[in-house]
Design a protein around this ligand. Structure first.
Ligand SMILES: Cc1cc2nc3c(=O)[nH]c(=O)nc-3n(C[C@H](O)[C@H](O)[C@H](O)COP(=O)(O)OP(=O)(O)OC[C@H]3O[C@@H](n4cnc5c(N)ncnc54)[C@H](O)[C@@H]3O)c2cc1C
Length: 247
């Protein structure tokens, strides 16, 4: 009998079901478990930063592997009696004074409260070869990985603000205009003052070297501009909305 079936058959009403077991969900679960709330975390296991080698700016655990951080978090939740299971929540609906949580595989759980911590899903620029390098040498966050790419040859794809941020980490920054809207005169002046090169034209692909390290950005003209790191500004979509009307 699976863990879920045991939970369902008991028809146990949890104090809190936490949907999503990333850092937010596990932190919430830890705090709740420590005040003797019965807590169940259901996690699909696809945290946003999974592709990254290290999580940075994490006090006391600087540079730890994101997945190791979550493994430790799950242990901490369990050490106070919280439960963490793998699974995907499909639907949440009102059930009397509480809620009913339904998983993708059809398990039904009752709970007094729900904590939804499903995170974000990054929507990456549609440039061939880019998604495969995400979290390695295609980056988005100067506070997360700026130090790791300091003094490297950095390209920034279509985002003026990111170009300014990463100029703090390297003197060799190129802004690829790609599909971005025109820069203002003031922005051109700022980039020139900081020595940021600007390349016109749409990026149509990425080039890697024989070690599978990023080597350049290919433009529609066929020209390849050498870079070691590429910074993008991904869009984001919230994890699928699964909360039925609670009215
Ligand atoms: C490449 C990259 C590197 C990063 N590096 C850093 C860094 O160095 N330092 C830093 O502070 N921040 C970093 N971040 C940001 C960090 O990843 C997020 O701030 C953090 O992951 C947010 O935690 P979260 O718990 O809200 O969401 P997530 O970590 O995304 O966790 C959400 C969890 O909910 C699960 N889930 C979603 N839907 C369901 C469902 N229906 N049922 C069950 N489970 C579900 C997901 O699978 C996932 O496991 C980075 C982000 C990226 C993309």
């Amino acid at each position: 009998m699976s863990e879920f079936e045991l939970i369902r058959d008991g028809e146990q009403a949890w104090d809190v079901v936490v949907v999503g077991g990333g850092t937010a969900g596990l932190s919430g679960a830890l705090t709740l478990a420590r005040v003797r709330r019965s807590v169940l975390v259901i996690d699909k296991g696809e945290p946003r930063n999974a592709p990254a080698a290290g999580a940075h700016g994490v006090l006391g655990r600087e540079g730890i592997s994101p997945l190791e951080l979550l493994r430790l978090g799950r242990e901490e939740v369990a050490s106070y009696g919280g439960r963490v299971v793998s699974g995907q929540v499909a639907r949440i609906s009102r059930d009397g004074a509480g809620f009913r949580v339904v998983t993708e595989d059809g398990q039904h759980l009752r709970t007094r409260r729900v904590l939804v911590t499903t995170g974000l899903v990054d929507v990456l620029p549609d440039v061939p070869g880019l998604a495969e390098r995400w979290g390695r040498d295609v980056l988005h966050c100067v506070y997360c990985h700026g130090w790791e790419v300091r003094d490297k040859v950095i390209g920034v794809l279509g985002n003026f603000h990111q170009a300014l941020l990463f100029r703090q980490m390297s003197k060799d920054v190129t802004l690829f205009l790609h599909t971005a809207t025109e820069l203002t005169d003031e922005q051109w002046e700022q980039l020139a003052a900081l020595g940021v090169a600007v390349v016109d034209g749409e990026a149509t692909g990425l080039e890697a070297d024989s070690q599978d390290q990023l080597a350049g950005v290919r433009l529609a003209s066929g020209k390849v501009v050498p870079v070691q790191q590429l910074v993008v500004a991904p869009g984001s979509s919230r994890a699928r909305v699964f909360c039925a009307s609670w009215a």
